[in-house]
Design a protein around this ligand. Structure first.
Ligand code: AMP
Length: 593
C-alpha cells in the first residue's frame, strides 16, 4: 500500500468523530492491505508502532522533529519555530513549508512498509549518536513525502496523530471486513484480542485463516492478557443473590494490580492493569515469584501492596503509590516501602491453560502452584453461604486493612473473562456502607482558573465519565475540593501534556472550561449523591429525557488513577447503576442542577 493511500484515509478519519464512520474507513483500509502490511497499517493509525505493552517509543522530542523539518525543507530552524508557534502544530507547519517550497517530485512514492521500517529504526536508535540517526531517518522520510504526508508523519512522531482510532473501533472494523456481520463474530474477534492484547496478530490471523483461525491464538508468556474486571453491588445480600447463595469472598487489597509472567527459564515480567511493563519498579518481586511457582511457565495475577516489615500490617494505597513509576533510588525505596504480592488468580500453570477453568478450580490450581513466602502470598479467601457470614468476613477484611471484599462466582461458567466486566466478580467496598455507594474514576476534560487563595492556579476541574457505546466523554461534575496545597501546586505540570486550545471533539458538556484538556488523566472522586441534572450530560436521557447525571459535593480523594487510561474510567452505564442502587435505598428525588 502506498503511504499516500493511508494518508487519504487519515484525512477522512480526521474529518469525523462518528464511530460508525471511523469503523467503515478502517474496514476499507484493512480490506485493501496485504497480510504483511496489516499490523503496520493498524498500529500507525493508532499513533503507535507496536502493541502498547511492548512499550516501543520513538523518543523524538519537539526540538528534534523541528530540526528534521528544517533540514528536509531547507528552511532555517528559527523560522520553522516561528511558523510552528503561529500554527500551534508542527504538522501543519511542515505541510505549509512543503507546499511553499514545492520541488518537482522525482522520487518514488513512499510505501507504508518503508515508512514503518524507517520509524522502527528511529525507535530502535539508542545511545551515543542516536539523535543524529533519528534526525537523518526523519529527514529522509520528510524529504520524500508529499506535503500532506509530511503533516501526518510529523504528527505521528510527536504523538499528536489523534485520529480517534481506538482498539474497540478497530475490532469493529475487523468484524465488518472479515466477520459475517453477527455479534458472535465480533465477540470472537474481541476474545482473541483480550487474550493476546495484540491487534496486529489478531488482524493477520483472521485475514489469513478467517474467523476459525482465531482459535489458534492462545495465552503466551510475555504477552499480557487484558484483565478481568468486576461489577459492583450495593449490599452483600445482593452480592449473594447474584451468586446464587454461595460465593468465594476475598479480601480486596488496596494496591496495584500486577500480572506476573514467569518464563520457563525463570525470567519474570510484570504488567500493570494498563499492561505497561513495571517489573523494574518492583525488582524484589521477580526472584520471589520465580522461586514461589512450582511449575513453569506460569501466568498469575495479584494485588501488590505495601506491607509493614515489623508488624506485617497492610499499609494504605498511598504508600505503594510512592513506588509506582519510580526509576531512581530503587534500593532505598525497597527497604523503606517493602511490598508483597497477594495472588488471586492463575491463568497458565505449567502447560495447562487454567484461564478457561471455573474459578474454584483455578484457586485450587493456584494453591498447588504457589509456595507462599514473605513477598509472594495468596489472597485471603473464605467461602460464604449467608449474608451473616459475608458480613463477618467483610468486617474482618476492613479491620485487616482491606478496602472491602471481592466476591467471586463458583459457577461452572466462572472462567477468567479477559477484558470483560461482569457479575462473576463483584466488588463491595467500605464506602458503600455510607453515603454514595462508590467512588467514581473521572477523566479530566477541562479546568477552571482559581479565585481568591487559588488565583493564578487551577481552582476546579471539569470531570467526565466514559461512554464506550458512543466513544465519548460526558461530564458529571466540577470538582474543586479535596486538593491539598501540594497537589494544587503540582497540578499544572500534571495537566500540561493534556492541554488543548479548544474542546476535544469527544467531550460532551454544556459548560465552558477556561482550559480544555484532552481526556487522559483519571482522578478518583467521591461525592454525597448522584442527582438527575439538566446541566451535565453524563448518561443523558438514560434515566429521564433531557437529563443527565451529576455528582453533588464532589471531592478528590487524593488518588490519581495513573493505572487507568481514559477509557478505563467509570462508564456512563456504571454511573446509571450507581444512581439506581442509591435510589433503591432512598426515596426518589427531584432533579437539581
Ligand atoms: P476497582 O479498581 O475499584 O475497579 O476494583 C477492582 C480491582 O481490585 C482489581 O482490578 C484489583 O486490582 C483489585 N483487587 C484487590 N484485591 C483483589 C482480589 N482479591 N481479587 C481481584 N481483584 C482484587
Amino acid at each position: 500500500m502506498k503511504y499516500a493511500d493511508l494518508v487519504a484515509a487519515y484525512e477522512r478519519l480526521d474529518a469525523t468523530t462518528k464511530r460508525t464512520e471511523l469503523r467503515d474507513v478502517l474496514a476499507e483500509l484493512v480490506r485493501s492491505s496485504t497480510i504483511g502490511e496489516l499490523p503496520a497499517v493498524l498500529f500507525l493509525s493508532q499513533g503507535q508502532l507496536r502493541p502498547e505493552y511492548e512499550g516501543v517509543e520513538l523518543g523524538v522530542a519537539d526540538s528534534l522533529a523541528r530540526r528534521a523539518v528544517a533540514e528536509a525543507t531547507g528552511v532555517e530552524a528559527p523560522e520553522v519555530l516561528v511558523a510552528q508557534q503561529r500554527s500551534g502544530d508542527l504538522g501543519l507547519t511542515v505541510e505549509e513549508l512543503k507546499l511553499r517550497n514545492a520541488r518537482s517530485a522525482s522520487t518514488p512514492a513512499l510505501s507504508v512498509a518503508e515508512v514503518y521500517e524507517k520509524l522502527r529504526a528511529v525507535a530502535d536508535a539508542r545511545g551515543a549518536g542516536s539523535q543524529e540517526v533519528k534526525v537523518q531517518a526523519l529527514v529522509e522520510l520528510l524529504a520524500r513525502s508529499e506535503p500532506v504526508e509530511a503533516k501526518y508523519l510529523v504528527r505521528f512522531v510527536l504523538g499528536q496523530l489523534r485520529l480517534g482510532v481506538r482498539e474497540m473501533t478497530i475490532l469493529d472494523a475487523l468484524a465488518v471486513a472479515f466477520g459475517d456481520g453477527t455479534k458472535e463474530s465480533r465477540r470472537r474477534i474481541e476474545d482473541a484480542f483480550n487474550v493476546s492484547s495484540d491487534l496486529g496478530l489478531v488482524a493477520q490471523t483472521i485475514s489469513k485463516g478467517g474467523l476459525d483461525a482465531l482459535a489458534s491464538i492462545h495465552l503466551e508468556v510475555g504477552r499480557p492478557i487484558r484483565p478481568m474486571l468486576a461489577e459492583r453491588s450495593p449490599d452483600l445480600a445482593d452480592v449473594l443473590k447474584r451468586m446464587e447463595g454461595a460465593a468465594a469472598l476475598e479480601m480486596k487489597y488496596d494496591g496495584l494490580r500486577v500480572q506476573a509472567h514467569i518464563a520457563t527459564d525463570g525470567s519474570v515480567r510484570l504488567f500493570s492493569r494498563r499492561l505497561e511493563e513495571i517489573g523494574d519498579q518492583f525488582p524484589e518481586l521477580r526472584p520471589a515469584l520465580a522461586a514461589a511457582v512450582q511449575h513453569r511457565p506460569a501466568i498469575v495475577e495479584g494485588e501488590c501492596v505495601a506491607v509493614d516489615s515489623d508488624t506485617d500490617e497492610i499499609r494504605p494505597f498511598q504508600e505503594i503509590s510512592r513506588r509506582r513509576g519510580r526509576k531512581y533510588d530503587l534500593e532505598r525505596m525497597q527497604s523503606e516501602i517493602p511490598v508483597s504480592i497477594f495472588l488471586f488468580d492463575v491463568l497458565l500453570d505449567g502447560t495447562t491453560e487454567t484461564a478457561t477453568l471455573p474459578f474454584p478450580d483455578r484457586r485450587r490450581s493456584l494453591e498447588r502452584l504457589i509456595v507462599p513466602g514473605e513477598r509472594v502470598r495468596l489472597a485471603d479467601q473464605q467461602l460464604v453461604h449467608s449474608v451473616e457470614e459475608a458480613q463477618a468476613y467483610f468486617d474482618r477484611c476492613i479491620a485487616a486493612g482491606g478496602e472491602g471484599v471481592m466476591a467471586k462466582s463458583l459457577a461452572p461458567e466462572s472462567a477468567y473473562r479477559a477484558g470483560a466486566r461482569g457479575f462473576w466478580w463483584i466488588k463491595y467496598k467500605r464506602e458503600y456502607t455510607h453515603g454514595l455507594a462508590d467512588s467514581v474514576d473521572g477523566v479530566v476534560v477541562g479546568a477552571f482558573y482559581g479565585k481568591g487563595r487559588r488565583a493564578g492556579r487551577y481552582g476546579a476541574l471539569l470531570m467526565a465519565v466514559y461512554d464506550p457505546d458512543q466513544d465519548q466523554f460526558e461530564t458529571f461534575c466540577k470538582v474543586g475540593s479535596g486538593f491539598d496545597d501540594a497537589t494544587l501546586q503540582a497540578l499544572p505540570a500534571r495537566l500540561t501534556p493534556f492541554e488543548l486550545d479548544s474542546e476535544d471533539p469527544k467531550v460532551r458538556t454544556s459548560l465552558t472550561a477556561d482550559r480544555w484538556m484532552r481526556p487522559g488523566l483519571v482522578l478518583e472522586i467521591r461525592g454525597a449523591e448522584l442527582t438527575l441534572s439538566p446541566t451535565h450530560p453524563a448518561a443523558l436521557g438514560k434515566l429521564r429525557v433531557g437529563f443527565g447525571l451529576a455528582l453533588r459535593f464532589p471531592r478528590f480523594t487524593g488518588r490519581f488513577r495513573d493505572d487507568k487510561g481514559p477509557t478505563d474510567a467509570t462508564t456512563a452505564q456504571e454511573l446509571v447503576r450507581l444512581y439506581q442502587s442509591q435510589v433503591k435505598q432512598a426515596s426518589p428525588e427531584e432533579p437539581s442542577a
